[in-house]
Design a protein around this ligand. Structure first.
Ligand code: ADP
Ligand code: MG
Length: 347
């Protein structure tokens, strides 16, 4: 067996966006309150500029309560989460769900259909077959029959969410449909923390949940938040490009950090639902900017699956700012959509 995992520092849902270090603070600088910690098998960080009632301990407490609530709703790693209970529900009868879970499922289905099924929240059986879900890594490459059998258990058209006046429900057409929200859950969490801070009247913040970000206003030095897109490679923290996304969400999907090697082949954790196999093309990362991090986090995966050419056509059709990195023989090629130019920092 030739198998090793190159998911650096145990980050399973590794963030690909890094915050740039602070410049030396001018005298007019405002303090930045910073809290961070583990969440959903990965890491979060929140910065708030100026005061926060109760200071950092209170900010941390409130943020972690939101994250714990979402983890308990969306995790496929927790057998007793709301989503896991729906996945375990081996029947086609409707299941009552929280508004939060309904919102994420509806957005997942919407973006899924928009991308022609390239992003597919029912892709779980294939993710697990290839060893990127809660199940163990395979010790040999799955056979075509196994892939075909897993594909029969997928399909966006087999999942139905209904929002009634007093409750939301979800049902599946086949009892063993399995929903995986890993690819957009962090974006949703970033939006929820941002909404909480908005509700508290905070005007300047940065929220990062596993590489899905929401930004507002400016940093402690009064500058727009600057975000660095990481240069792909096994070395962490190399900067490829610096962006100023403004009051938006931003996230990156990449095939270069979370992968394993088996029988001399490299398998990334993003699966093309059309083939049932991990991606093999040379697009290594896609960064998307939009008001909602739930949307960017759902879309970045779909764009990764499309490959650079199709992703850029799609982005230009939808007036969407995206930034792509493609592997070349001697490095990486940068290509971005027309709408992206506005987010390059002014010199
Ligand atoms: P990361 O932040 O680690 O790059 P992503 O947001 O790109 O994570 O999501 C990757 C995860 O999404 C995979 O680990 C898998 O659980 C799931 N996934 C893989 N392929 C797809 C797909 N085509 N559509 C939806 N989810 C997918
Ligand atoms: Mg994603």
């Amino acid at each position: 067996m030739n198998r090793h995992q190159v998911c650096v520092r145990g980050l399973i849902l590794c963030g690909l966006l890094l915050l740039l270090g602070c410049k030396e603070a001018p005298s007019s600088a405002l303090p930045e309150l910073k809290v961070s910690g583990p969440t959903m098998g990965t890491h979060y960080a929140v910065k708030v500029v100026g005061d926060y009632p109760g200071g950092e301990p209170q900010l941390q407490h409130e943020v972690e309560q939101i994250l714990q609530r979402i983890d308990h709703q969306l995790s496929t790693y927790k057998p007793d989460s709301e989503l896991s209970r729906f996945n375990q529900h081996q029947a086609t009868t409707p299941v009552e769900i929280s508004q939060d879970l309904a919102d994420v499922l509806i957005e997942g289905l919407r973006v899924g259909k928009m991308t022609g099924g390239a992003m597919d929240i029912t892709v779980g059986p294939l993710v697990n077959l290839w060893g990127f879900g809660p199940d163990k890594r395979p010790t040999k490459i799955p056979s075509e029959q196994q892939i075909a059998a897993a594909r029969l258990r997928t399909g966006l058209d087999k999942l139905h969410v209904e929002i009634g006046s007093d409750k939301a429900t979800v049902r599946k057409d086949i009892p063993d449909l399995y929903v995986d929200l890993s690819t957009l859950g962090e974006g949703y969490a970033a939006d929820q923390v941002a909404a909480w801070l908005d509700g508290r009247g905070i005007k300047n913040y940065m929220v990062e949940i596993a590489g899905a970000l929401r930004l507002k206003g400016h940093n402690g030095q009064g500058d727009l938040w600057r975000i660095a897109v990481e240069k792909p490679g096994d070395e962490l923290g190399q900067v490829q490009n610096v962006l100023t996304p403004g009051d938006n969400g931003i996230s990156t999907a990449g095939s270069y950090r979370n992968y394993y090697e088996l029988d001399g082949q490299r398998f990334s954790h993003i699966i093309d639902p059309a083939t049932g196999k991990p991606l093999t093309h040379k697009l290594v990362s896609v960064t998307v900017i939009a008001p909602s991090a739930l949307y960017t986090d759902a879309l970045d995966t779909g764009l990764m699956v499309m490959g650079a050419d199709k992703a850029l056509i799609f982005a230009n059709e939808h007036n969407l700012p995206i930034y792509t990195l493609t592997k070349t023989d001697d490095g990486f090629k940068v290509r971005f959509s027309r709408a992206f130019a506005a987010y390059q920092p002014k010199p």
